[in-house]
Ligand binder design. Structure first.
Ligand SMILES: [Mg+2]
Length: 261
């Protein structure tokens, strides 16, 4: 537990870690206030690319979780950064929500309906067959295949779920034989961007999340400390079966509070 004392930046998952749908997980608020009290930095990083930042600011405010502009980073924002810096000027066809479209426009991304060089898929809760048809066409014509996040399921309460970005991608992969590159977790890209922004070394940053294949894998890929909480998707048996183990496991955020010194 000694190592946890050295962490100055906590990258926090939200769904299944901080809250489930509209309810805070018990102890989550106390954990965040402990970070503030001990002058630690935290950034909520979410793979959810379907809603805009204001939805999060409003939701977190409602839950009494302090969150400023600097405390939030989504796979949509990471994708905007990636397109702006590494695919500058490319024409992008988006399979995503209106909110993601607005986010990408802020990064100067050129979104097109014809002649796309990149097909970008998000967690599209406004998906239509027409969008799939166009995405297939562009991919078949040779467009690059990018996606915001590698989640198959979006968790709801009582074990229910919705199909997420990777499930939509699977349809396109089956149809075209092409596989996407996912920008969000478990890709280390979001962690690297935030670590550089804060000017920190790997041993000063930790990621906390409820999923092995996105949150913990992301921590492993980026070479930072990984902390799994069992308040969301991952159950004890999943953890036993996992080949890559997190550095730390806690029932929920509540049990980590005493180690934040
Ligand atoms: Mg989660």
């Amino acid at each position: 537990m000694q190592e946890l004392k050295n962490i100055v930046l906590f990258l926090m998952d939200m769904d299944g870690t901080l809250y489930l749908e509209n309810e805070l997980i018990p102890g989550a608020r106390d954990f965040i206030y402990r970070l503030i009290e001990k002058k630690k930095n935290y950034v909520f990083i979410t793979n959810n690319s379907s809603v805009n930042k204001n939805n999060y600011f409003e939701k977190l405010k409602r839950l009494d979780i302090p969150c400023k502009e600097k405390n939030l980073f989504s796979s949509g924002m990471a994708t905007g950064t990636f397109l702006k810096t590494q695919r500058k000027g490319r024409k992008v066809y988006l399979v995503g929500t209106k909110a993601l479209e607005e986010e990408l426009l802020k990064y100067g991304v050129e979104l097109v309906e014809e002649g796309a060089e990149i097909v970008l898929v998000g967690y599209d809760r406004e998906l239509t067959y027409k969008k799939l048809e166009k995405a297939c066409y562009f991919l078949d014509e040779g467009a690059e295949f990018l996606a915001t996040n590698a989640d198959y399921l979006f968790p709801l309460k009582r074990g229910r779920f919705l199909p997420d970005c990777a499930s939509i991608c699977m349809m396109l992969t089956k149809a075209t034989g092409k596989h996407p590159v996912f920008i969000g977790k478990p890709n280390r890209y979001m962690v690297d961007l935030l670590r550089e922004k804060h000017g920190l070394s790997k041993h000063q940053v930790a990621i906390i999340g409820d999923r092995l294949y996105t949150d913990v894998a992301c921590g492993k890929n980026a070479g930072i400390t990984s902390i799994l909480v069992l308040s969301g998707e991952t159950k004890v048996n999943d953890l036993k079966a996992a080949t890559e183990k997190p550095d730390y496991v806690f029932p929920s955020l509540k049990e980590i509070i005493e180690y934040i010194q």
